[in-house]
Design a protein around this ligand. Structure first.
Ligand SMILES: NC(=O)c1ccc[n+]([C@@H]2O[C@H](COP(=O)([O-])OP(=O)(O)OC[C@H]3O[C@@H](n4cnc5c(N)ncnc54)[C@H](OP(=O)(O)O)[C@@H]3O)[C@@H](O)[C@H]2O)c1
Length: 628
């Protein structure tokens, strides 16, 4: 379970390196922000403040942007670069406002200031300042429940999820969340509360999630605990009515099967999929042309032979009318709803550089809008429990997971916020990957990543283990859990993206551990132009292999999805001009020196022979369109 530990910050402003550049602060009109900006002015050589407005404006004293316009972030970084402002620290403080009001209701516009604002900012950093070391501090209020009485705002809690993704994709960006509570009165202490926060911002602390409460500094940790003490009685009712979203998906159906077996439950299985009428099931099974459908039908029929009753409801869980219709159908048939398992979800799989507002919204839909609509529709029925199937990605991030990690962090915070408000016990479970069923097990990957996937799934959650964990968690009053079959601290440490250009490495690199090139499916081909020579050098250094052929596949050579991020950074350092605006995704698509070398050679041609930057931009655009 997530927990917090008091921690001491030793840095003082005088220890900040004299060479430190400009600190870029995004802050609206807010008294707390004003005080922190003033304190930062004492800690850093220069502070450039960016406020909120409807139109873009910029001068040497500050700028204003419309938070929803991605091009405003691009213009801002361009203007700063033109004026020689070298940024090495960013404070994103658009989420410092607001009071700790008792009630909360979802405000989609609040996501503009958190999730989308940071997305556009990071995309602009990738475009305008590739490879430049930056510390990005996400400074906000109401992110986490640290002390009794803290009010969590799920739209802001998304910052914790995205902060764990950004450094995975941008090895040059260190990202931290600083959740600040109310200003403290500090009898007997030197320095002000805002000075403490400013010191934390400029410190080289690696604490990924910090919370300031009064004059106390807390850092997030995870405690290993056995839910319900392992002995608490089951909360399931004999023939209870359980509403399972994602009920035809991997985890949803596995849980439904358990409920059928354990308590002969009356089940409502919700999905967007339109199932054929029951009258046709026998002939579908006889025809045996659609294996997946036949398996679904057999599994539903098996639940019914175990004594369960199954109602199939076709609904998009994020659509208010459809959710209401599904809940009314459930109550119409079974008379009540005793528990909800919200297991609807879609995976996110694209890099930050290629994300758009609509692609992000699609991943948020079942977990953010869906959670909100489902909870609203359930209020009147007061189920005993409402389980949110979240993911560990909310705390450990991962490549390609910007939207997914945010959506899961939202669910975690939603459970924390809603639990204890009414009669329903809300609980969010951050699952690690399940090995036999569901989106991780079924994920389609290119051939070169299959071995890595198999390896990862070996230590994933088995279906029985997952169901047992759920039952134990349901018997416990806490609202947020993480279920990991591996030691969580070790898993988080291994997944921890390091800061700066040392990047994320999954093994130590020393000149003494250089290995000879193993037998591969490709024969060795030596580099035949300068670009390939540079690339071969980088690959050899990174992988500690004595010679890499230009046709050798990075993943067959032992590279993995973490090492490829380091490769991207190293290539950017070696070939800054050619690698400018080359997204990481391109390396996944061209995992050989010859492949990526050809792409870079084309850029070289455009840059040097056609001569104009314009042509280079066109080439880049064509490549980017190709990727989408
Ligand atoms: N499997 C894992 O390893 C794993 C790990 C961590 C967390 N989780 C979480 O656990 C939950 C279940 O995952 P899973 O592995 O069972 O995934 P899954 O097999 O893909 O099932 C998810 C189901 O959600 C349904 N769905 C998606 N959007 C929906 C919407 N707007 N309205 C209604 N239904 C919707 C989909 O069915 P339709 O397309 O028919 O609607 C799909 O069958 C997800 O929230 C996932 O994030 C899974």
């Amino acid at each position: 379970m997530p927990s917090w530990r008091l921690s001491h910050l030793s840095t003082d402003c005088s220890s900040v390196p004299a060479t430190a550049g400009c600190c870029l602060v995004f802050a609206g009109i807010d008294a707390t922000a004003d005080r922190i900006v003033n304190a930062l002015r004492d800690c850093t050589p220069a502070v450039f403040r960016v406020g909120l407005g409807d139109t873009y404006s910029y001068d040497v004293h500050g700028a204003v942007i419309d938070v929803t316009k991605s091009d405003h972030y691009q213009r801002l970084l361009n203007d700063l670069k033109r004026d020689g402002c070298a940024i090495d620290c960013i404070v994103h403080a658009f989420n410092l406002d607001g009071s700790s009001e008792e009630s909360w209701s979802y405000d989609p516009a609040a996501m503009d200031k958190s999730l989308y604002s940071v997305l556009y900012l990071v995309q602009a950093l990738g475009d305008r300042m590739p490879g430049h070391p930056i510390t990005l501090n996400l400074l906000a209020r109401h992110v986490a429940l640290v002390l009794d009485g803290d009010k969590v705002c799920p739209e802001r809690a998304v910052l914790t999820g995205i902060s764990r993704v950004i450094p995975h994709e941008f090895a040059n960006v260190t990202c931290r969340v600083l959740d600040v509570g109310d200003q403290a009165t500090r009898p007997g202490r030197v320095g002000s509360w805002e000075e403490d926060i400013a010191r934390d911002v400029v410190s080289e602390s690696m604490d990924a999630q910090v919370a300031w409460r009064g004059s106390q500094r807390w850092i997030r940790i995870f405690e290993q605990v056995t839910p319900g003490n392992g002995t608490a009685p089951s909360v399931l009712r004999e023939r209870g009515v359980y509403f399972v979203t994602g009920g035809l998906g991997g985890i949803g159906m596995a849980i439904a099967e358990h409920l059928a077996q354990a308590v002969q439950a009356r089940l409502v299985l919700v999905s967007r999929r339109v199932m054929p009428p029951r009258a046709n099931w026998a002939s579908i099974i006889d025809a045996a042309t659609d294996n997946e459908l036949c398996t679904l039908i057999r599994r539903i029929e098996r639940m019914e032979t175990l004594g369960a009753e199954v109602l199939l409801a076709c609904a998009d869980i994020a659509d208010q009318d459809q959710v209401r219709e599904a809940t009314l159908a459930a109550v119409g048939r079974f008379g009540a709803i005793h528990g909800v398992i919200h297991a609807a979800g879609v995976a996110g799989d694209s890099m930050i550089t290629t994300k758009t507002r609509s692609s992000v919204a699609a991943v948020l839909r079942p977990k953010v809008d869906g959670t909100v609509e489902l909870a609203r529709a359930m209020q009147v029925f007061e189920p005993e429990f409402f389980v949110l199937c979240s993911s560990m990605s909310a705390v450990n991030g991962g490549v390609g997971q910007y939207d997914y990690a945010a959506a899961n962090a939202f669910q975690d915070a939603f459970a924390v916020r809603m639990d204890g408000v009414g009669r329903t016990h809300y609980v969010s479970i951050g699952w690690a990957a399940w090995k036999e069923v569901g989106m991780a097990a079924n994920m389609r990957l290119p051939a070169y990543l299959l071995a890595e996937k198999e390896q990862q799934l070996k230590s994933a959650i088995g279906t029985d283990e997952g169901v047992r964990a759920l039952m134990a968690i349901l018997a416990d009053p806490l609202p947020h859990w993480i279920v990991s079959p591996r030691d969580l601290a070790g898993t988080l440490e291994a997944a921890r993206p390091n800061s700066g250009l040392t990047g994320a490495v999954s093994r130590p690199l020393t000149p003494t551990n250089v290995q000879p090139r193993q037998e591969l499916t490709t024969t060795y081909i030596e580099p035949d132009n300068q670009i390939e020579e540079v690339l071969v050098g980088v690959w050899q250094e990174l992988l500690s292999i004595d010679r890499v052929g230009v046709a050798d596949n990075f993943f067959e050579l032992g590279g993995d999805s973490i090492l490829i991020i380091r490769l991207h950074t190293m290539m950017r350092n070696q070939l800054p001009e050619l690698m400018r605006e080359v997204p990481l995704k391109l390396l996944f698509e061209h995992p050989t020196v010859a492949g990526i070398g050809a792409v870079l050679a084309e850029r070289y041609e455009a840059l040097h022979y056609a001569g104009e930057v314009k042509k280079m931009r066109e080439t880049t655009l064509i490549m980017e369109v190709g990727e989408i």
